[in-house]
Design a protein around this ligand. Structure first.
Ligand SMILES: [Zn+2]
Length: 463
């Protein structure tokens, strides 16, 4: 059958865990004790950009990812970084020139909600590693420890979708699903070789039907929405206590679950909360205030349009589908105008996939939502629509200073589209990550193939 021959070689950096051994002396030294003796980054990124050449893409229409549009422009990048967008003037020397006449350039798409690697595609039970559904409170698990770097879905997201970075989240069976990981969309021998350098961790949480269904059906708590909230609040109370001890320098037994939650309370780890109903999102906002943390983004958020003013006031993003709804009761009161209505209220607007197929067509999802907005009188220019796909997700992931737009000095994560990127007929022509050409529609040798796929029918398939 299938031969897997990928190498597992590079150093998986072992956690240098310094256990607190001696009981603390109650003396004046206490004030200078370290806040935490535990290594906060035991599985660091080993990502190295692929080789790049100085490149100039000429004669293109550019959406810069922050809402600006340039006509007949040239995009320059070198040493993995964006140098600038120029209109007019002579072409600078020393660049590989790509004529983009009739084409568009945008920042690469960033999918803030994916399970690639944890639920690889095509999927089999043996690879179903996204939900540790053995308890409603599982903040101790890390999505990266389930990521299978050979998932063929990564290459499809790159070649068909122009996706250059993505957040891999645990599933939504649990109230506290575990830590997420943000990765560059490149193949590597292990997940550390994909990890986005400097990206903060996220914590996946889930409201509503999933946790109460998964555990309620087993006769366990939570069985109701009030049960969800009770378990959540009790857990945050424990986390606050754990953090107080760490901050005081007290000796604590290392608790991986509490360590993640203490990271949220100290602002180092960003909360990504799966939540559909407006009333539940507003309860979560109050719960976050009760315990002193902040929600970065509500995911799915099909009723964000009902509380868009509140989301804008609180500075919370909504990651949404254009028109995927009705598959359960809590997803029933969706409207196709959700995304443009959130945008119109000046709340942070993001288009996400949560799907191995949807991630290949996020540009079309954004286009559908923009069209629904226009039909009800909300006009969002195409170049502003692109902020939903690149800069806004980058900011919500804590990497907005590094990628997500074409500002000089940022990572050259760039897509050249063979037409208007909001058209259903358009496909990526070329994709660069950190300035390195990772996909080229004109060159079959530049179509990424997972090691696992080598020699199998349809390897590296591009539709
Ligand atoms: Zn999901």
């Amino acid at each position: 059958m299938q031969l897997t021959k990928f190498l597992i070689g590079t150093a998986v950096a072992l956690a240098t865990v310094t256990s607190p051994v001696a009981a603390k002396k109650k003396d004046k030294d206490e004030a200078s004790a370290p806040k935490s003796k535990f290594n906060k980054d035991p599985y660091p990124s080993t990502y190295q950009p692929y080789a790049s050449v100085p490149t100039a893409v000429t004669n293109v229409i550019v959406y810069d990812g922050e809402g600006a549009k340039f006509q007949n422009a040239t995009v320059y990048f070198r040493d993995g970084k964006v140098e600038g967008i120029e209109t007019g003037g002579a072409l600078k020397d020393g660049y590989t020139v790509i004529d983009g006449t009739g084409k568009w350039v945008t920042p690469g798409i960033i999918d803030i909600h994916s399970h690639l690697g944890d639920y690889p595609s095509p999927g089999v039970d043996a690879h179903s590693d996204g939900n540790e559904a053995t308890g409603a409170v599982r903040p101790e698990v890390w999505a990266e420890h389930s990521v299978w770097p050979q998932d063929p879905g990564f290459s499809r997201a790159l070649a068909n979708g122009g996706v250059t970075a993505l957040q891999i989240l645990p599933g939504s069976a649990n109230l506290f699903g575990g830590r997420s990981v943000t990765i560059k969309n490149v193949y590597a021998r292990n997940v550390q070789g994909m990890k986005f350098p400097g990206a903060p961790y996220g914590l996946k949480m889930a409201c509503g039907e999933n946790p109460k269904r998964v555990y309620g059906s087993k006769g366990q708590m939570p069985q109701t929405r009030m049960g969800n909230m009770a378990v959540n609040r009790q857990t945050w109370a424990r986390a606050a206590e754990y953090k107080r001890k760490l901050d005081k320098g007290d000796t604590v037994t290392r608790d991986l679950a509490m360590e993640t939650l203490a990271g949220v309370l100290s602002g180092e780890i960003l909360v990504h909360n799966h939540c559909y109903r407006a009333d539940e999102m507003s309860l979560v906002i109050d719960m976050a205030k009760e315990f002193g943390y902040k929600v970065s983004t509500f995911h799915h958020a099909v009723e964000s349009y009902k509380i868009a003013d509140l989301l804008a006031k609180e500075g919370i993003c909504s990651a949404m589908w254009a028109d995927w709804w009705g598959f359960k009761m809590e997803s029933y009161d969706a409207i196709n105008e959700n995304i443009p209505m959130v945008f119109k209220a000046n709340a942070c607007t993001i288009v996400h996939s949560d799907d191995a197929n949807g991630i290949q067509r996020l540009n079309q999802e954004a286009a559908k939502a923009a069209g629904d907005g226009r039909r009800m009188g909300i006009e969002v220019p195409d170049e502003v629509v692109w902020t939903w796909l690149s800069y806004n997700p980058a900011k919500a992931l804590g990497i907005g200073d590094k990628t997500g737009s074409l500002k000089p000095g940022k990572m050259a994560d760039i897509v050249l589209w063979n037409g208007n990127p909001l058209s259903v007929y358009t496909r990526p022509d070329k994709v660069w990550i950190d300035g390195a050409l990772m996909y080229d529609a004109a060159n079959p040798k530049m179509r990424p193939v997972a090691d696992f796929e080598l020699g199998q029918p349809g390897e590296g398939d591009v539709k």
